[in-house]
Unconditional design. Structure first.
Length: 582
């Protein structure tokens, strides 16, 4: 959202599930960008969407209360944390200091009331003043903590809730957030944090709590396939909590205009290898060992076998028949399951896709730009509908740019370093003299966390020197699945002005438009190239390897050139070229 000024909210009256009080505030400060987006959904999208538009779905913003920035400011002042933050300590020290700090006593009663009344999982989510801004969305920079909130003792539930709020507060000052602020020219400590405490959409089965479906829908699709148009949009779906989608994990995508179009895989074997095989859920069983400074403290990550035992796959999977070499929608047969969501998307009786199209259209009208929405759905176990559809976030998308033309002949020049006919963005950059790249011969999915750490170190050094750079790697940048690419978060490579995702025969995933990482890519107008290993135009690795290294290791290399590269991206033609000047 473009602003997050103080909004008149109903004062939290310690009745979390009262239908007339489903969106309340604690404190009189500001509510932040994410909460402002939820307010817009409640007040300006759903009332005009109409109940009759979705008779099979109960569309809503799940119950929430916002702990406003006033409480955050009191917390910082009471505990005199400003001096600690100015010394820029490591993240774990910040997290521990915030956990040991005292919560302002005048606000404790409200949080105690939530713990006393609510016995189902809660999501404790960031909603900073800058979050979901069009120019710098801070998507995925701050943390969310999900808590089971199922302990019998009220004191235990209260402690977990307080710990979660403090954890989100601490993430305001983690290294990634500090570097993000530096990237957009803001000083450390300039951010203020509100916190959303929200009901989690889902149901409990076998000590696991999760929705049947979570997803991200975009009104504009930068990579349309199967005859779709960019304006048709794109939807990313996953089983379980939305962490799979927004962290860039393996999920299913489709165009709302053609939900039953053939998927973009070479064959069924390729599809089975590249669809979701595990999911995130809140662990509702015996509490784990306490670890309040870890985001996934109360989460579990089981596989599809467990989901089938839970009875969760009826409307979500297709089954492979080896004899006919075909996929059939549903659970018929005993072959491998593939999360294609075919029973849901292909049903004439479950208007799931029309619902998404209607919500995107109404959100575009309300915000005045292309939009992205996040949602979660719990289906009826017997007939799928009636279903509960929870809207969790809406944010604007940046689409457009300057007029740049790249012709097919330019992709074949002798001075081309990178050429692609699958690009994102629109514009040019003639300032880059640094290139950071992963060595193709050394790429190993088992070492991607090491790659992320080395890239973060180089990024920090280049940002400190005021140098922007070209980044080249393999698979998805920003994925949470190490099989699909490098699991970095945006602040770890925030100095990159142009990014290349290349494939290798053993690392060949689909692109990930649904992730937080992808949203930051759009909003910072980073020029993006996708280069397949089997394409006619590829990357001039020999030229890069001949350059002297500024720093290098077995897996990462940083080089510097005398003459800046010429980066051109033609968004209309979806062609891009990076040219060297020897």
């Amino acid at each position: 959202m473009e602003g997050s000024a103080a909004v008149a909210l109903r004062r939290f009256d310690r009745d979390f599930f009262d239908g007339s009080q489903s969106f309340t505030g604690i404190g009189s400060g500001e509510i932040g960008g994410k909460a402002e987006g939820l307010r817009l959904i409640r007040d300006e999208i759903l009332p005009h969407f109409g109940v009759d538009a979705s008779p099979f779905f109960n569309v809503e913003v799940p119950n929430l209360t916002v702990v406003t920035t006033e409480v955050f400011e009191d917390f910082m002042e009471v505990n005199q944390l400003a001096d600690l933050i100015e010394s820029t300590p490591p993240d774990d020290r910040i997290a521990h200091a915030f956990q040991h700090a005292e919560f302002p006593p005048e606000w404790v009663g409200d949080l105690r009331a939530i713990a006393a009344q609510v016995h189902t999982p809660l999501a404790v989510r960031s909603s900073s003043l800058l979050e979901d801004h069009l120019a710098h969305p801070f998507a995925g920079v701050y943390d969310t903590k999900m808590i089971p909130n199922a302990e019998l003792e009220e004191d235990a539930r209260f402690r977990r809730l307080i710990e979660a709020v403090k954890f989100v507060y601490a993430s305001t000052f983690f290294k990634g957030a500090r570097e993000y602020l530096q990237t957009i020219g803001l000083p450390p400590g300039s951010e203020r944090m509100a916190v959303i405490i929200q009901e989690v959409i889902g149901r409990t089965v076998n000590h696991r709590y999760y929705p049947h479906v979570s997803g991200v829908a975009r009104s504009f699709n930068f990579y349309p396939t199967a005859g779709a148009h960019p304006s048709d949009g794109v939807v990313y779906l996953a089983l379980g909590l939305g962490k799979t989608v927004v962290d860039g994990g393996t999920c299913w995508h489709f165009s709302p205009a053609a939900p039953k179009a053939p998927p973009p895989y070479n064959d069924i074997g390729d599809l089975l290898k590249n669809t979701q095989t595990s999911f995130w859920a809140v662990h509702m069983g015996e509490p784990p060992l306490p670890d309040p400074i870890r985001e996934t403290e109360y989460l579990t990550h089981p596989g599809l076998t467990e989901a089938e035992d839970d009875g969760s796959l009826k409307y979500l999977v297709s089954t492979y028949d080896p004899q006919s070499d075909r996929l059939s929608a549903g659970l018929g047969g005993r072959g491998p399951r593939a999360l294609t969501f075919a029973p849901l998307l292909g049903s004439r009786f479950i208007p799931f896709t029309p619902l998404l199209e209607g919500l995107l259209e109404r959100a575009k009208s309300a915000i005045g730009s292309e939009v992205e929405i996040e949602f979660a759905v719990t289906l009826d176990d017997r007939d799928a509908v009636p279903a509960r559809f929870g809207l969790l976030q809406v944010r604007p998308m940046m689409v457009g740019g300057e007029d740049v033309t790249v012709t097919p002949d330019q992709l074949e020049s002798d001075t081309v370093l990178v050429a692609s006919d699958n690009v994102l963005g629109n514009g040019h950059d003639d300032t880059l003299t640094d290139v950071v790249y992963l060595r193709p011969e050394a790429f190993d999915p088992a070492r991607t966390f090491q790659m992320a750490a080395e890239l973060e170190e180089i990024n920090s050094e280049l940002i400190a020197e005021g140098r922007r750079y070209l980044l080249i790697g393999f698979g998805r940048w920003g994925t949470s699945d190490a099989r699909c690419g490098v699991p970095i978060v945006w602040p770890q490579i925030s100095g990159a002005r142009a990014i290349v995702e290349a494939t290798l025969p053993q690392v060949n995933p689909d692109l990930s438009q649904g992730s937080h990482f992808f949203h930051n890519l759009l909003s910072f107008q980073v020029l993006y190239f996708s280069v397949r290993h089997d394409a006619l135009s590829t990357i001039d690795w020999d030229w890069l390897d001949r350059l002297p290294a500024v720093t290098e290791s077995e897996i990462v290399r940083h080089v510097r050139i005398a003459n800046p590269l010429s980066v051109r991206v033609d968004g209309a033609a979806r062609r891009g070229v990076i040219t060297r000047h020897d």
